[in-house]
Design a protein around this ligand. Structure first.
Ligand code: SF4
Ligand code: SF4
Length: 138
């Protein structure tokens, strides 16, 4: 049986394209899971992952080379937007934001109506669930 590879582990584009912002109380100084040292204040009620609000965004927790081998250094502690962001094509659903982030790094779009079975297999294999990085800097 051939091994199924999750495209996220050789991508990481969304971690270096969007501003990753979340409610301040998700940080561990307020009892949440996210290491405060890896965040910065964004507004009175919001924080963002350090590095993601820069002109050339890249989350400080992202390890590896985009489009190569990547991982999240705080995977179990990542904030809500990262938990909710879906790989494009997962369960047959297009995520334009995923494909847009990939395009920035010259990576092909993942969604194709002909691929729902394959992408459901990725999810079943424990696909790394990245989340909703909904805001671009600038
Ligand atoms: S969710 Fe999309 S952009 Fe993010 S790492 Fe996975 S494939 Fe890449
Ligand atoms: S998944 Fe991890 S590396 Fe990517 S943006 Fe979220 S915290 Fe940063």
């Amino acid at each position: 049986m051939s091994e199924i590879t999750n495209p996220c582990v050789s991508c990481g584009a969304c971690c270096a394209h969007f501003r990753v912002s979340f409610y301040w109380a998700e940080a561990d100084d307020a009892g949440g899971p996210v290491p405060t040292a890896l965040t910065e204040p964004l507004s009175l009620l919001m924080r963002n992952m350090r590095g993601t609000n820069d002109r050339a965004p890249r989350c400080v927790a992202l390890e590896g080379d985009i489009g190569g081998c990547v991982s999240c250094g705080i995977y179990e502690q990542r904030p809500t937007p990262c938990r909710e962001f879906s790989m494009s094509g997962e369960a047959g659903i297009h995520n334009e934001a995923c494909d847009r982030a990939r395009a920035r790094y010259g990576l092909p779009a993942l969604f194709s109506p002909s691929l729902p079975v394959m992408t459901e297999s990725y999810a079943a294999a424990g696909a790394r669930e990245l989340s909703e990085h909904v805001q671009s800097p600038g």
